[in-house]
Ligand binder design. Structure first.
Ligand code: ADP
Ligand code: MG
Length: 267
């Protein structure tokens, strides 16, 4: 079974999409089979993966609204070694079209279940709001990576996100957990960064990834070339940080699986 990870934060501009694309490429470089699901009508993860959102014939919209199989819609992210379920502006209509549909927040979960054998990791890039699309992401996921910038207002929106995660975990998706807290655009020279960092450690403990993503111009430039940073500037600090994050995630996953099977054999 793949590990399904939603990358969320209803705040925009915190590095969700950058994380999705670069983590997908890094996990793929580590021989993992990866599907990136773009759930944002802006389609930035799609474009950043080298897929032209204006040229796609089918998109995540068709998966959600018409139940088109994932295998028909997914496409390779250029030469980057992972697959993408692309999104574009069509997706804004999905919320309205699914309004009257029973179980609309389970659409993505049901679709991904049919593609489970094909992937080791499925990464879901959530839009910057707590709408029906994000809900679909959370209902489909095993874990949530919360991407956040260590700035003064960063913690403010967190309680609404945590409430939403808790509500989903208490109802439709009881296995949902916070997978990890990722500090993005990190600047250790800023004392506020350190304050927020220690608050995060206090609240989330070892869920906070050791890897931090530095502020790095290569990460901001790469999307305009339709490339993950590692194929734009392999040795940039940004691309190395995402490789480190992929390593940390794979190690955590191995530990989780070992612990789970350990419990199983004790029974
Ligand atoms: P979100 O998906 O949360 O809205 P993005 O990943 O699109 O955020 O990032 C917002 C902007 O910041 C983009 O222009 C992106 O290129 C830039 N960016 C993201 N992460 C970094 C980083 N670590 N260093 C420099 N720029 C970054
Ligand atoms: Mg985004």
């Amino acid at each position: 079974m793949p590990r399904i990870i939603a990358i969320a934060n209803q705040k925009g501009g915190v590095g969700k999409t950058t994380t999705c694309v670069n983590l997908a490429a890094s996990l793929a470089a580590m021989k993992q089979r990866v599907l990136l699901v773009d759930l944002d009508p802006q389609g930035n993860a799609t474009m950043g993966s080298g897929v032209d959102k204006y040229a796609v014939e089918q998109s995540i919209y068709d998966v959600l609204v018409h139940r088109t199989p994932v295998s028909e819609v997914a496409q390779p992210a250029g030469e980057s070694g992972f697959h993408v379920l692309p999104a574009n502006g069509d997706l804004t209509a999905a919320e309205v079209e699914l309004m009257q549909v029973e179980g609309r927040e389970r659409r993505l979960r049901a679709s991904l279940a049919t593609a489970a054998q094909d992937f080791d990791y499925i990464l879901i890039d959530c839009p910057p709001s707590l709408n029906m699309l994000t809900l679909n992401g959370l209902v489909a996921a095993d874990g949530v990576i919360i991407a956040m910038q260590c700035e003064y207002y960063a913690l403010e929106g967190l309680s609404a996100l945590m409430d939403t995660i808790r509500r989903v975990a208490d109802s439709v998706n009881t296995s949902l957990q916070v997978e990890g807290i990722l500090r993005t655009m990190y600047d250790p020279r800023n004392s506020l960064t350190n304050d927020v960092s220690s608050q995060l450690h206090g609240y989330f403990g070892d869920k906070v990834y050791r890897t931090v993503i530095p502020r790095n111009v290569r990460l901001a430039e790469a999307p305009s070339h339709g490339l993950p940073a590692m194929y734009y500037d392999r040795y940039s600090r940004g691309s190395r940080a995402y490789m480190a994050l992929a390593g940390e995630i794979i190690r955590r996953e191995e530990q989780r699986v070992a612990a789970a099977t350990g419990v199983a054999t004790d029974e």
